[in-house]
Design a protein around this ligand. Structure first.
Ligand code: FAD
Length: 475
């Protein structure tokens, strides 16, 4: 097996998957305009692996073959550092506001790999399956997405208490050759991915929820699997008007499992509440590094766009505008500090894998999720009201009115076209549908903020702080 190229990635998606968008069945996702932007972006990442500039960041040597670094277990401190370079390389080269491309969605498998002791207490196949999948992913670089969130139904009830027992994904049958699952999961990027790692959602993993405590890897063309995609944002959109929507609309999907068969080789665990609890608690050990790197890249884009816009209109000369931009810089640099500090204070798991310092990293993701919308608001403030009057490329191309646009959108030496391009980028970060989705992603996709805060609470050295306070209180 060898690493896939961009063209091989495209070809591999023509596999009969059952994809629906706007009420229509999509025969070939690679030919459908709702997906081509992101498929191009993914193909670019596949090709980067073979280029001198990116080879070491995206792949690693194993004897005389190269394997995908997205899937390399962090066995050394250097592996952690290289994971940062890997994600940073993709965000810088392809797009800084792209979220799902497979580097972080594999990492919950590392969590399971790390707990062989616990998995073996239930079934020795589980750890073998995880190890075999990590090996296979490294060799082939399959694009793996992540399905955690169920539709849930009534949030005040446990999975087993729901009126419709399918509202949380569950095992409906265990057979000699595998399990059969039914239910539905959210999943960004599923329609142009190869496989998904499906696992339990946030919840209380009591014994009554046993049927719902299941994790497995499933190919995106499995019989019985239906992809019901949200409406695309980028169809027919001109890249001049919407530079991000037109190319980087990461389609979110409801994956419906209509009695899907999963062979035992692909089962990570079945009907094990203790393992569901484990994976939920430690799910983001490595994934949060990817989330913070994405948040940092977005923060950098906000700073850059604010500077471009303010320099064009010369509001950059106003101290209060500089102060607003400095607030964005604080956001960027604080994220940078969380990333570097968590890496510098890295911890080892009981089996010796290296992970970013968990308390620092968890504090970082609460900070990133909580403050993103304020940062977006700062850019909105800096750009002013221009977004609501900016004309489209079609207006710009019309000879009758083009002169007006050139006259009134020009700012000194800055042409109307350059001014409009910057305003359009700001729109994509603050007020388009693309921006709205990105804001929702930022507060929810890394699990809701209350769950992130709970993870911080659990990973924090509470005893240390208590001891110091108690000493001061002469207890
Ligand atoms: C753009 C986008 C992409 C996504 N991609 C993926 C994906 O690829 N894979 C995936 O698995 N999921 C994905 N999700 C889903 C995401 O993980 C969930 O939206 C998130 O976990 C919240 O769940 P929910 O939407 O059911 O909201 P709800 O659980 O209904 O929460 C709604 C509100 O109630 C609050 N709330 C709920 N329960 C509690 C509680 N017990 N204590 C305190 N407050 C509570 C929440 O904080 C929130 O404010 C994505 C979401 C978005 C927006």
């Amino acid at each position: 097996m060898t690493l896939m190229t961009g063209n091989e990635y495209r070809e591999s998606l023509r596999d009969g998957r059952n994809v629906w968008i706007d009420g229509e069945r999509v025969e070939d996702v690679t030919a459908h305009p709702a997906f081509t932007g992101m498929i191009d972006a993914m193909a670019r990442i596949y090709d980067m692996q073979f280029e001198d500039a990116f080879r070491d960041a995206l792949t690693f040597e194993d004897g005389d073959v190269r394997r995908g670094r997205f899937y390399k277990l962090p066995e050394t401190r250097d592996d952690l550092v290289m994971r940062r370079h890997m994600t940073h390389a993709v965000l810088t080269e392809v797009c800084p506001v792209m979220d799902r491309f497979g580097d972080e969605t594999v990492s919950p498998l590392f969590v399971m790999y790390d707990r062989k002791d616990l998995l073996d207490q239930y079934d020795e196949r589980y750890h073998r399956n995880v190890a075999r999948w990590i090996d296979k992913l490294q060799q082939t670089n399959l694009f793996m997405t992540s399905g955690n969130t169920d539709m849930k139904g009534d949030r005040s009830r446990q999975p087993y208490q729901q009126q419709d027992p399918d509202h949380y994904l569950r095992v409906v049958e265990e057979r000699a050759d595998g399990i059969v699952v039914r239910g539905a999961k959210y999943e960004t990027g599923a329609s142009y991915a190869h496989v998904a790692f499906v696992k339990p959602t946030v919840g209380a993993w009591v014994v009554e929820n046993t049927d719902y405590a299941v994790a497995f890897i499933v190919p995106m063309n499995a019989p019985g699997l239906r992809h019901i995609c949200r409406s695309p944002l980028g169809l027919g959109v001109d890249p001049f008007d919407r530079p991000l929507t037109a190319r980087f609309d990461e389609i979110d999907t409801l994956l419906v499992f209509d009695d899907v068969f999963i062979p035992w080789e692909d089962v990570v665990f079945s009907r094990k509440p203790d393992l569901a609890r484990l994976i939920r608690t430690d799910l983001t050990r490595w994934a949060a590094q990817g989330f913070l790197l994405r948040s940092f890249a977005k923060a950098d884009t906000l700073v850059g766009t604010a500077l471009l816009a303010a320099e064009q209109t010369r509001t950059i000369t106003i101290p209060q505008v500089k102060q607003r931009i400095a607030e964005l810089m604080v956001f960027r640099e604080t994220l940078n500090s969380f990333i570097l500090a968590a890496e510098a204070a890295a911890q080892q798991t009981d089996t010796g894998l290296w992970m970013p310092n968990q308390a620092i990293q968890n504090a970082g993701r609460v900070y990133a999720s909580t403050n993103y919308n304020q940062a977006v608001h700062n850019l909105r403030d800096i750009i002013g009201g221009s977004p609501v009057v900016v004309p489209s490329r079609k207006s710009f191309a019309n000879e009758e009115i083009r002169g007006d646009i050139e006259k009134y959108f020009r700012v000194g030496d800055v042409s109307a076209e350059d001014r409009i391009r910057v305003v359009n980028l700001a729109v994509e970060l603050t007020s388009s549908a693309f921006a709205g989705r990105a804001q929702a992603y930022q507060i929810f996709a890394e699990s809701p903020i209350f769950a992130q805060s709970m993870a911080l609470y659990e990973s924090y050295d509470r005893q240390g702080s208590v001891k110091r306070a108690a000493r001061l209180a002469n207890l």
